[in-house]
Design a protein around this ligand. Structure first.
Ligand code: UDX
Length: 424
C-alpha cells in the first residue's frame, strides 16, 4: 500500500528515512527550514556522506516519489503519516533538549489530517510521545514511537535491512497502519507501548557503548598482563551470547548518538530514582580512553609533545563518515594540543580547517617532520599507504595505532616502533 508521508527534518536520520521510504514506493515530502539545503536536494545534491544515498535521492527525485520543500503546512496537509526527524540535542544536565521536537509538533498540529499518524523517529526520552501529543493540540490524531537504529556510514543499508522494526503505540489500529509502511522489509516487527519503544532505543545504544567501553577496559588489562586484545575478543566472540560485533578496541566511542544517549539514559534513570552507576562507569572509561591514547603519543614522542609536530590520520568519529560530532579523534587531539603539540591531520572525508589543527589533504604531508604518526579512525585506505614514504617523512618512524588497524609486524620490520591498543 503506497502512502503519502511528510518527513520533518532532513539530517542523517530524516533524509535517509524519507529517501528509503520513497524507494519502497511511498510518496514522500521532506521538509527542512534550510532553504539552501532544500534547493540542493531538489537538484539531487546530497550534503552528507552516506553510502548509496545519492543514488536513492536521485532515483526518488526522478520518479517524483521524493520531493523537498520548506513549506511545512503544505506537506503535512496531504500526508497520512508525518515523521518527526528533528534533533534532540543533549541539554546541560544530560537530559535531551526537546525544544525542537515540541516546536515541530506545534507547527504541524493545526495542519494534520484527521486520523493522521505522527511518527517520533528522533531519539527522545521515555514519555516524549505524550509530550508530542500535548504539543500537537489535537484529539483526532495518533503519536507513535518508531526509533531509528541507523549507523552513520551504513544508514541506507540499516534502513532497508533492519534487524528489527520497533513500533511504540497504545492504539493497535494506528500501529498496524504504520507497520504497513515497512511490510516490504523482511525484518521482525514488534509493537509495544511508547515507553518501552523509547527505552529499547536508549537501552540498545547504551549497551553498544557498554560493549565498547568494556573491550577498551579489557585492552588496558591486556597491556598489563601481556595479552593480545585482538585474540582475546576473537576468543570471546565465538560465544554466541557475546558475539564478535562491537568489540573492536579504539580511542573510545563518539558520534552524535552514543555520548548523547548514554548521558540521557543516566539522566532518565536519575529522574526515575535509579542511580545508573554501571552506565556512569561506561562513560568514565570512555573519557579515560581519550587520555590513555594521548599518553601513548606522549610516550612515543619520548615523554613530551611540547613544541613537537604530531601527525594524525583520521578526524571523524569513525571511518566511512564525514561526521565530526563528538569525535574521539578531536578529544585526543585536544589533549595533545593542550600539552603543547602542533597537530597536522589528514582525513579522506574532511577538507576544511578546524580550530587548533592544521588539516592537510595528503597523508604523507601530514607526516612531514612529525615526531609520531597517530591513527585515530579505521579507514581501510590507511593500511595500503606507502610506509617507506611515511618513515622518510617522519622525524622518527614511530606510530601509535589507536585502532589496531595496521600490520604492526610489517611496520616493525621496516624499523617502526608501533604502539597499539591492548597489545604489545
Ligand atoms: C550508533 C548505533 O550503532 C546506531 O544503531 C544508532 O541508531 C545510532 O548510534 P553511530 O553513532 O552512527 O550508530 O556509529 P557506530 O557505528 O555505532 O559507532 C559509534 C562509535 O563507537 C564510533 O566512535 C565508533 O568508532 C565506535 N566503535 C564502534 C568502536 O570503538 N568499536 C566498535 O567495535 C564499534
Amino acid at each position: 500500500m503506497d502512502s503519502t508521508i511528510a518527513v520533518i527534518g532532513t539530517g542523517y536520520v530524516g533524509l535517509t528515512t524519507g529517501t528509503c521510504l520513497a524507494h519502497l514506493g511511498h510518496t514522500v515530502i521532506c521538509v527542512d527550514v534550510d532553504v539552501e539545503k532544500v534547493a540542493g536536494l531538489q537538484r539531487g545534491e546530497v550534503p552528507i556522506l552516506e553510502q548509496g544515498l545519492d543514488e536513492l535521492v536521485q532515483e526518488g527525485v526522478r520518479s517524483g516519489n521524493l520531493t523537498f520543500t520548506t513549506d511545512t503546512p503544505a506537506a503535512v496537509k496531504v500526508s497520512e503519516f508525518v515523521y518527526l526527524c528533528v534533533p534532540t540535542p543533549q541539554g546541560e544536565d544530560g537530559s535531551a533538549d526537546l525544544s525542537y521536537i515540541q516546536e515541530a509538533a506545534t507547527q504541524i498540529g493545526p495542519h494534520l489530517q484527521p486520523e493522521a499518524i505522527v511518527v517520533n523517529k528522533s531519539t527522545v526520552p521515555v514519555g516524549s510521545t505524550r509530550v508530542v501529543g500535548a504539543a500537537l493540540g489535537r484529539g483526532d490524531v495518533y503519536v507513535v514511537s518508531n526509533p531509528e537504529f541507523l549507523r552513520e556510514g551504513s544508514a541506507v543499508q540499516d534502513f532497508l535491512h533492519p534487524d528489527r522494526v520497533v513500533i511504540g503505540c497504545d492504539d493497535q489500529a494506528a500501529a498496524v497502519r504504520l507497520a504497513s509502511l515497512y511490510l516490504s522489509l523482511a525484518a521482525p516487527l514488534m509493537v509495544t507501548d511508547p515507553a518501552s519503544a523509547e527505552t529499547i532505543k536508549y537501552a540498545s545504544n547504551a549497551f553498544l557503548a557498554t560493549k565498547i567501553s568494556y573491550v577498551n577496559a579489557v585492552a588496558a588489562v591486556c597491556e598489563a598482563v601481556g595479552a593480545d586484545v585482538n585474540d582475546v575478543v576473537l576468543g570471546m566472540g565465538y560465544d554466541k551470547r557475546i558475539g564478535h560485533e562491537f568489540l573492536r578496541p579504539g580511542p573510545g566511542w563518539g558520534g552524535s548518538c552514543f555520548p548523547k544517549d548514554t548521558r540521557a539514559l543516566i539522566h532518565i534513570a536519575e529522574e526515575a530514582g535509579y542511580d545508573f552507576d554501571l552506565l556512569k562507569g561506561v562513560v568514565t572509561v570512555n573519557d579515560e580512553q581519550f587520555a590513555r591514547v594521548a599518553n601513548k603519543v606522549v610516550e612515543a614522542a619520548g615523554g613530551s609533545v611540547a613544541g613537537k609536530t604530531i601527525a594524525v590520520w583520521g578526524l571523524t568519529f569513525k571511518a566511512r563518515t564525514d561526521d565530526l560530532r563528538e569525535s574521539p579523534s578531536l578529544e585526543v587531539i585536544k589533549r595533545l594540543v593542550a600539552l603543547g603539540a602542533h597537530v597536522r591531520a589528514f582525513d579522506p572525508a574532511v577538507h576544511r580547517q578546524l580550530e587548533g589543527i592544521e588539516v592537510v589533504d595528503d597523508p604523507y604531508g601530514a607526516c612531514d617532520g612529525a615526531e609520531v604518526l597517530v591513527v585515530l579512525t579505521e579507514w581501510d585506505e590507511f593500511r595500503w599507504l606507502d610506509f617507506d614514504k611515511v618513515a622518510a617523512a617522519l622525524r622518527q618512524p614511530a606510530v601509535v595505532d589507536a585502532r589496531n588497524l595496521l600490520d604492526r609486524q610489517s611496520l616493525r620490520r621496516r624499523g617502526f616502533t608501533v604502539a597499539g591498543i591492548g597489545r604489545l
